[in-house]
Ligand binder design. Structure first.
Ligand SMILES: [Ca+2]
Ligand SMILES: [Ca+2]
Length: 461
């Protein structure tokens, strides 16, 4: 895509020509695959260093993370229409140094911000830009909110870690009441950190160190912070990394006699091994909203996937053999997140020996024009979905984006109308020409958007 071309400006001039060629090749592969699901799409290079994608929105349309530019880095936001852009305020100089998670519609990003030269837990919205969480609610002086790790679907509840004395402690912030420490069932503890939150913000998961090693916890208002135990064998150690949308299924890692291993936890079954080892010290274990699909970064180029009824398999083999995705040319593969709808997986790797690049693997089956909810027919339910999602970014031709331009807009209504067949009325097909026209216009807008956005990253270097 075009991101690669823009990005190369920031980088060593010697590699510019090669990157332009690579970016062009990527552009070809993206253009030829983006409109037929399933597809694999490179999102643009993240430059060297510690840049990584971190999270993806509920329908897979918005990815967030960290992008490096020279010695500095900033949070990034990606969607199909606007491409990859750094999150910095041109006027104040404030920026998000990393984006960890985003809301259902991708409109709010939470992470670590540099605001007036100081580090704060922060959020970004297109309307208000980068803001300290504390500035949004009545401040409690003892809190230093260092980072915001997770956010509810509507953005009104955030979980993160706060500094207090020498320790770091999990807090839950609500737009109404501000931050509150999560209390541990057994009283005092050394430190704790949250990693994920349920869609409604009522359940937070993470780890707590109560002096006997770190243990996975699940918190809700009624029960407080309850540890989830650990897998048999090895030392007493576990960490929760993600939770299903309704808060009932937790995934993480725990130590056994054979080393560290991914687990799945429910109240009914307790903690069970997934059969996927964890090798790298930096890794990721993420679950879809309904709890039926799990992705596991075990080690670089060794990624796991678990699905209800399928069990544990190799992620890349599964994406290749089941969905026909082509990972040839990619190496140093990592996986970072799976969307709540379970249909988009966010990863990173190197393509044709280029720099570290984010990718998404979209595995929803292709649907007929106007069938926005994918139930096989074009009905009033599809119109309702278009209304509910109006204005939101989308992967092209997925969900209510009938026109394939990456946003749910008026053109998509036209696609639905032209394929809706009320009883007794003949169908009126046609929208291909309009869709192509819209796409070409938005492609130009996308290129301009990327160029502007990348400039804000480049100027920080
Ligand atoms: Ca339908
Ligand atoms: Ca559209």
């Amino acid at each position: 895509m075009f991101e690669g071309i823009e990005r190369s400006i920031c980088r060593n001039r010697d590699t510019t020509l090669r990157n332009r060629v690579l970016a062009f090749l990527l552009l070809i592969s993206v253009s030829s695959t983006a409109f037929a699901a399933p597809f694999l799409m490179g999102l643009g290079e993240l430059i060297e260093g510690d840049s990584d994608p971190r999270g993806i929105s509920a329908n897979g349309a918005v990815a967030v993370g960290r992008i490096s530019a020279g010695s500095l880095g900033s949070g990034f936001r990606w969607d199909y229409r606007t491409g990859l852009s750094g999150i910095a305020e041109a006027q104040s100089g404030d920026y998000l140094s990393v984006g960890y998670a985003t809301t259902r519609d991708g409109g709010t990003i939470v992470g670590i911000g540099r605001i007036d030269g100081e580090i704060h837990a922060a959020r970004w919205t297109s309307a208000k830009g980068v803001e300290s969480l504390l500035s949004l609610s009545a401040a409690t002086p003892e809190y230093h909110l260092r980072r915001a790790e997770a956010v509810s679907a509507d953005g009104r509840v955030v979980a993160g870690s706060a500094g207090h004395g020498d320790g770091s402690f999990a807090y839950r912030w609500t737009i109404e009441n501000g931050p509150e420490y999560l209390e541990y069932e057994s009283g005092s503890y050394r430190q704790s950190g949250p990693t994920a939150i349920s869609a409604d913000g009522a359940v937070v998961v993470g780890y707590v160190d109560a002096g006997v090693g770190g243990l996975a916890f699940r918190w809700n208002e009624a029960d407080g912070m309850v540890t989830l135990g650990d897998l048999p064998g090895g030392k007493n150690s576990s960490i929760a990394y993600d939770v299903s949308a309704d808060g009932t299924v937790v995934v993480g890692e725990s130590t056994t006699d054979f080393g560290r291993e991914a687990f799945i936890w429910t109240a009914e079954s307790g903690m069970q091994p997934l059969g996927i080892p964890i090798v790298d010290s930096y890794f990721s274990i993420k679950i879809s909203g309904d709890g039926s699909r799990i992705v596991v970064w075990s080690a670089v180029d060794s990624l796991g996937y678990w699905e209800e009824g399928l069990g544990a398999v190799d992620l890349i083999d599964h994406l290749t053999n089941t969905y026909g995705l082509d990972f040839s040319g990619w190496d140093s593969l990592r996986v970072h997140d799976i969307s709540d709808d379970g249909n988009t997986i966010l990863g990173s790797g190197r393509f044709e020996e280029g720099g570290n690049q984010a990718w998404i693997a979209h595995i929803a089956p292709e649907t007929a024009p106007g069938d926005f909810d994918g139930d096989g027919q074009v009905s009033l339910a599809d119109y309702d979905k278009w209304v509910a999602d109006f204005g939101q970014p989308s992967l092209p031709s997925y969900g209510a984006d009938g026109s394939g331009d990456g946003v749910v807009d008026a053109a998509d209504f036209t696609v639905w109308r032209d394929h809706y067949e009320p009883p007794g009325a003949p169908p009126v097909p046609e929208p291909t020409t309009i869709a192509l026209l819209l796409f070409s216009v938005c492609s130009i807008r996308r290129r301009r958007g990327v160029r502007f956005a990348m400039r804000s990253v480049c100027t920080q270097a």
